[in-house]
Design a protein around this ligand. Structure first.
Ligand code: GDP
Length: 492
């Protein structure tokens, strides 16, 4: 389906969506993936022999949409999902959130919801196991309301479907919904673009280092020199999910690639263009020790965002009840259990800090936290936890307030004594300053005093206002002991 032919060699095409499945353990992720794989046309044509390469593409044979094909990522679950995302990779276009219609919403369902919301990826909710007599898909809809998900029949917009991964009931409708949603999303690619492929799995076998990836834009060819992170290698061979050697792969094909001399990380972007390949690398400068300053730096929002893990439900609820009263703190996720890697990935994407109560991260998790620069704090006493949260959140609030009220900033460049008056030579670095403005004086980021602008001059002439990048002479009252190098802020 050619959308547009701008020039002979530039062809924008619709590409199949890349879909991943999230949900609680045993809710049927693997069964659904298997059912879809086995019942699709392409697989049957090749005698059902498929190679596991981390993802597979099917042709639904459904003709009414931009594409009839769908690529499914084969490793379900939010751990794999967030591992891809934490490196900046947006591999999946659509998420299927699978919920057992007999068990309804469970802890990992809630975690999955948090991950989907953080990723801001379109999703479809699937009530699975509708073949069971005690299946209650309606209960799922009500339970989801508690997690701010409103399905269509409850006045919301979330897509909701019932299926049985075992009997296949509703699966065709599900595939059609995926195609409809992806047509709405207008997923396109350009074959002549520099390729962008994401590594979804890596392993070592008798062929050497094997990398599984999906391509989202452009075309990759055997023999291409490809870049990943800051390294490069040559593609020795490409194999598709039917186990067939290919000269080239195009979006959204999953493929196996040989030619690596060292294994790249899952989530890494591969391209023939080194600039594209270099883009999503996570900065791994060594971590500092935890400090309030670090927390303030990770947070870009007004509220302190936290992921809370506790050893038992009782403590968790007690802590949550207290936190809810603090308007400056937002809980991105809470749960009972160990601090695990997927908590860190979520912390990274939601810019949260991770708080453990009576739970400690294991050394793997600590290492990853260092690498991903996620702050973890653990406590054994509830009031200490709450006190520190209050302290940090009010500091954030203060910082935000002061930024909101600041109309400009300047640096003291010189001090002159003119006719017995102390005149400060300043350069405005942000915003502007006017006569009469209140001024806060900062030395090494600490506030050292407050004063007021009583006179403002440029080249011996009095002016009303100075703006960014302009220099001026200022008189303050009170005069204070302001020094060269001090920063002054003009307050509204
Ligand atoms: P996962 O952990 O989410 O991958 O779940 P699985 O796919 O392993 O499924 C867990 C169990 O539920 C297995 O015993 C499946 O046979 C069963 N199961 C999955 N889907 C269905 C379904 O639609 N109906 C019924 N009755 N059982 C199902």
């Amino acid at each position: 389906t050619t959308l547009n032919k701008r020039r002979i060699n530039i062809i924008i095409m619709y590409r199949p969506p890349i879909v991943t499945i999230l949900g609680h353990v045993d809710h049927g992720k693997t069964t659904l993936l298997d059912y879809i794989r086995k019942s699709n046309v392409a697989t049957k044509e090749h005698g059902g022999i498929t190679q596991s390469i981390g993802a597979y593409e099917i042709d639904t044979g459904i003709k009414d949409y931009h594409t009839s094909k769908i690529t499914f990522i084969d490793t379900p679950g939010h751990e794999a999902f967030t591992k891809l995302r934490a490196r900046g990779a947006e591999v999946a276009d659509i998420v299927l959130l699978i919920v057992d219609a007999k068990d309804s919403v469970m802890p990992q369902t809630i975690e999955s919801i948090a991950h989907i919301k953080a990723a801001n990826i379109p999703y479809i909710i699937i009530a699975n196991k509708i073949d069971l007599p005690d299946a209650k898909p309606e209960k799922i809809k009500n339970d989801l309301l508690k997690h701010n998900i409103q399905v269509e029949s409850k006045g919301g917009t979330a897509l909701f479907m019932g299926v049985s991964a075992k009997t296949g009931a509703g699966v065709k409708e599900l595939l059609e919904s995926i195609l409809l949603l992806s047509s709405d999303l207008n997923l396109t690619c350009e074959l002549s673009n520099a390729p962008q492929a994401y590594i979804i799995e890596t392993k070592k076998d008798k062929h050497g280092l094997v990398v599984h990836a999906v391509i989202k834009d452009g075309t990759l060819h055997t023999g291409d020199t490809i870049y990943f992170e800051t390294k490069k290698t040559k593609i020795r061979s490409l194999t598709n999910d039917q186990g067939i050697r290919a000269k080239e792969v195009a979006p959204s094909t999953p493929f196996e690639l040989l030619g690596f001399e060292e294994l790249p990380a899952v989530g890494t972007l591969i391209s023939t263009n080194p600039e594209i390949a270099a883009k999503p690398i996570v900065d791994v400068t060594p971590p500092k020790k935890f400090s309030i300053e670090d927390v303030l730096n990770t947070q870009t929002e007004k509220r302190l965002s936290v992921i809370l893990k506790a050893d038992v439900q009782g403590s968790l609820e007690a802590i949550l009840n207290s936190i809810e009263k603090n308007k400056n703190v937002k809980v991105a996720l809470s749960g009972v259990g160990e601090i695990n890697k997927s908590d860190l990935f979520l912390a990274k994407t939601t810019k949260s800090i991770v708080i453990g109560f009576n739970v400690k991260p294991n050394s793997d998790v600590v290492d990853l936290a260092k690498q991903e620069k996620v702050v973890i704090k653990t406590y054994n006493i509830i009031y200490e936890l709450l006190d520190e949260l209050t302290e940090v959140s009010s500091l954030m609030k203060e910082k935000e307030e002061s930024e909101k009220n600041t109309k400009g900033e300047a640096k003291i460049a010189a001090v002159f004594i003119i006719e017995k008056e102390k005149v400060f030579g300043i350069k405005v670095t942000k915003g502007k300053a006017n006569i009469g403005d209140n001024v806060e004086v900062f030395r090494d980021k600490n506030k050292v005093g407050k004063t007021k602008i009583i006179s403002l001059r440029q080249r011996a002439k009095t002016v009303e206002e100075v703006k960014k990048d302009q220099e001026a002479g200022m008189l303050f009252s009170p005069e204070l002991d302001i020094k060269v190098g001090d920063v002054i802020k003009f307050i509204l």
